[in-house]
Design a protein around this ligand. Sequence first.
Ligand code: SF4
Ligand code: SF4
Length: 108
Amino acid sequence: MTYVIAEPCVDLKDKACIEECPVDCIYEGQRSLYIHPDECVDCGACEPVCPVEAIFYEDDTPEEWKDYYKANVEFFDDLGSPGGASKLGLIEKDHPVISALPPQEHDE
Ligand code: SF4
Ligand code: SF4
């Protein structure tokens, strides 16, 4: 079980959650952030600070965003477990589920 970042983060990435994570397991892709499923310790600190409610406990992810669980897991298929997001910085890719989305508009 882990936490998942879903569609509201796409093209927003305000990064409020990164500040809260005690294990630095929230990684930055080009259009979204991704929680590492094995590095996340399920503390829940990130979930309430997200201004657009993009973060869900795996089991609580809304039905229409169920694919985002897979996206957060598969994003790390070729990265393995880097053990810290800050040293990687921006990772120049996204999961295909996110790449396929049209530009997302956000009310700022
Ligand atoms: S706080 Fe929410 S919108 Fe901001 S980067 Fe994190 S998941 Fe994305
Ligand atoms: S639940 Fe805790 S460990 Fe997992 S991503 Fe959020 S802040 Fe980090």
